[in-house]
Design a protein around this ligand. Sequence first.
Ligand code: ATP
Length: 189
Amino acid sequence: MTIGVFGGSFNPVHSGHMMLASYLTQWGYVDQVWLTLSPLNPMKDADELLPDTKRLAMLSIAAKGAESIDLCDIELSMPRPSYTIDTLNLLSERYPEHRFKLVIGSDNWQIFDRWRSAQEILDKYGVIVYLRPGYPVEKLHVDGLEVVDAPMAHVSSTFIRQAIAKGRNMNYFLPAGVYKYIVDNELYK
Ligand code: ATP
């Protein structure tokens, strides 16, 4: 199978992530999407980051209700900081029966040449870039690149955390079970 590796801090996973994953599988870009949890992104505010266990629990709830979408916790047991190339290499070592492709937004594609082993990722795995508003992809004909124009929901985890802190009902912005988990555990208040 071809697996799309879609990484993030998923703090929390939301409908925007799920819509994209669902699109990539159902429109035939990949057979499955693995939502791959990053332990800690040094660019993000660690205070706001829920523990790995809770973010993983939400991913697991989201994936349970979704066909062809799964979670992946491989980075949690890797030395930090973990680089995407190491994650992809380890995944293909562990699952030689699958082919892995990286999934990133066009905002990240604009700085992709600064990623560690960017060329190797393109050559060995391939990169699916989905268009994000305001971030066009200039050169479309790059070996290993596939550009996807998927319908987008303009939501982010930051927006959801802030809205929950203000007491808004975010029922329609998250997979139902994930929202219930947040409410039951009084997260992001
Ligand atoms: P935060 O607001 O905390 O920065 P986020 O919503 O951007 O979080 P991440 O966990 O960083 O979520 O996202 C994982 C990946 O999903 C990132 O590559 C991010 O660009 C992408 N992403 C975020 N929001 C959306 C969306 N609405 N639709 C599609 N992809 C998204």
